[in-house]
Design a protein around this ligand. Structure first.
Ligand code: ADP
Length: 251
């Protein structure tokens, strides 16, 4: 079955075991929540799936093919996109140009074609621009296409980062705390964006502290504590699990 997987992965930083024997599979067209207390290993797992870290034990795979030797860029070309806890936009560039940067993995034009604006490079640029405009509208920023990204509100920067990640036409989208610092209304908007992404067949991994939001929009939820997987299941199963309540949700 097609999936992005971490299979029994372990990750150490010196003497610290950040992840111990953790497995997770992300399927197309699902929203999979990844929750747990601070320091439980959520971002480490996301970094491992996107290629920033290599596992010390276990493996990561896409459709059963091992990924561990592949760089972040190679994985991006295979359809794995991500966002960061702090949006990494180019603040001096416009909203549209930031979104267009996400299209790079589809480029076929070579350096010379691009430098001299030869026909293929021009056609590509037009297609990328059209795709980016559609995505920027899709996340609700159509009114701000020409604004410098650095002038956007915090939530708008998060939405733009999602548009840029989608511009790469990924199969899997890994979101690192996308609701952090957002108001209730903005989280609702984020939920609608994630719902649309899921309906398009993309698998979404949602690392998030807003558990109400996670339980509402995720089909499955994986819970970590101190680098160990303590519960995986439907939102209802996870919400009621005594261990999850004890270490994370509180009584
Ligand atoms: P979470 O995302 O659940 O808050 P992290 O994955 O960021 O947790 O961190 C898990 C543990 O690994 C923490 O103890 C953290 O300090 C440690 N850690 C994460 N990245 C590094 C790193 N690059 N170097 C050393 N320790 C790290």
């Amino acid at each position: 079955m097609s999936a992005l997987e971490a299979v029994s992965v372990t990750k150490r930083f010196g003497g610290l075991v950040a992840l111990s024997d953790v497995s997770l599979d992300l399927r197309p067209g699902e929203v999979h929540g990844l929750i747990g207390p601070n320091g439980s290993g959520k971002t480490t797992l996301l970094n491992m799936l996107s290629g920033y870290y290599r596992p010390d034990g276990g493996r990561t795979s896409l459709d059963g093919e091992e990924l561990d030797a592949l760089s972040v860029q190679r994985r991006a070309r295979l359809g794995i996109a991500r966002t960061f806890q702090k949006p990494r936009l180019l603040p001096a560039l416009s909203v549209l140009d930031n979104a267009m940067l996400g299209c790079w993995r589809d480029t076929r034009a070579g350096f010379v074609e691009t430098a001299f604006a030869l026909p293929r490079a021009r056609r590509e640029e037009k297609a990328f621009r059209d795709r980016a405009i559609e995505l920027v509208h899709g996340v609700g920023l159509g009114h701000a296409l020409t604004r410098s990204a650095g002038l956007l509100e915090h939530a708008e920067q998060r939405f733009l980062e999602i548009a840029r990640a989608l511009a790469a036409r990924p199969r899997f989208l890994l979101l690192d705390e996308p609701a952090g610092g957002l108001t209730g209304a903005e989280i609702e908007h984020l939920g609608r964006i994630v719902g649309t992404v899921r309906e398009s067949g993309i698998g979404v991994l949602l690392v998030e502290h807003h558990t109400d939001f996670v339980f509402r929009i995720c089909g499955r939820v994986t819970t970590l504590d101190r680098g160990r997987l303590i519960k995986h299941g439907t939102p209802d199963e996870v919400r009621r699990d005594p261990e999850v309540v004890r270490v994370y949700l509180g009584a």
